[in-house]
Design a protein around this ligand. Structure first.
Ligand code: NAD
Length: 261
């Protein structure tokens, strides 16, 4: 397949899963609007250079996805720079772990804004652009936690279930327009977001990094192997292909069997 001439906005593409998805799209020729925070201006320059080397158009937006004005500006900047937004990957996300009675209200609000409201903010701006062209793909990184729950993740599980619901509504509203909307529901992927949870297990139980990783995997993921950002990139490419024209409003598990049990 080729995505030459198409433009993708990938939120949270400075790290982890979003980076893997953006690379998969750029390797097929798509221009990319990168987004997400970096440790320094130099890391963002390195990120842009990595994509420029693939011979595609590249831009970077520092938009906070929880801010509707900044999100609108990011989408409109991509459209004016590259001529369109054809693919929208809503991927940026954060985690916070605590029991409900100790869950700080400001952490709840931050997780809901970054992981759920962000998807609404970008979809409402990008969908009309895609509809006008009669083709588009909106792909939301939900989670296994969009389908089942775990303790101590009230905001994350609520946000990700919300993303799966919003994906269904978007799929229905856009059905027949040439624009599809689907969610991807990964299990454990070894990214900085998950490494923090491994570090917490290691510290709490006096385990090595390796032992804590095995413990994390064993609890939820029957394959006992991490999903990789590259594998998620390949699923995104399938959902962008002609073969996926009639797939919309769906939630795709890629989780080593997590939600099967
Ligand atoms: P990560 O921490 O490696 O990357 C998160 C990205 O989001 C970074 O680029 C970060 O800068 C960006 N980001 C965070 N807050 C932002 C904000 N307010 N505005 C703009 N960008 C922001 O994490 P990851 O594991 O790659 O997670 C990516 C997505 O995948 C998240 O939505 C996460 O919930 C989801 N997910 C991750 C896993 C996993 O096991 N890692 C599993 C299921 C779902």
């Amino acid at each position: 397949m080729t995505l030459k001439g198409k433009t993708a906005v990938v939120t949270g593409s400075s790290s982890g899963i979003g980076h893997g998805i953006a690379l998969a799209l750029a390797e097929q020729g798509a221009n990319v609007m990168l987004n997400g925070f970096g440790d320094s201006p130099e890391t963002i320059e390195q990120l842009k250079a990595e994509f420029t080397a693939l011979g595609v158009g590249v831009d970077y937006s520092p938009a906070d996805v929880g801010n509707p004005t900044q999100v609108e500006d990011m989408i409109k900047t991509a459209a004016s720079k590259f001529g369109s937004v054809d693919i929208l990957i809503n991927n940026a996300g954060i985690q916070f772990v605590a029991p409900i009675e100790a869950f700080p209200v400001e952490k709840w609000n931050a997780v809901i804004a970054t992981n759920l409201s962000s998807v609404f903010y970008s979809t409402r701006v990008a969908a009309p652009l895609m509809k006008a062209k009669g083709w588009g793909r909106i792909i939301n990184t939900a989670s296994a936690h969009g389908l089942v729950a775990s303790v101590q993740k009230a905001a994350y599980v609520s946000a990700k279930h919300g993303v799966v619901g919003l994906t269904k509504v978007t799929g229905l509203e856009l059905a027949g327009t040439g624009v599809t909307c689907n969610a991807i529901c990964p299990g454990w992927v070894l990214t900085p977001l998950v490494q923090k949870q491994i570090d917490a297990i290691a510290a709490r139980e006096g385990l090595s990094n390796q032992e804590a990783s095995v413990k994390l995997l064993e609890e939820k993921q029957p394959s006992k192997q991490f999903v990789t950002p590259e594998q998620i990139g390949k699923l995104v490419l399938f959902l962008c292909s002609d073969g996926a024209d009639q797939i919309t409003g769906s939630a795709y598990s890629i989780d080593g069997g997590w939600v099967a049990r």
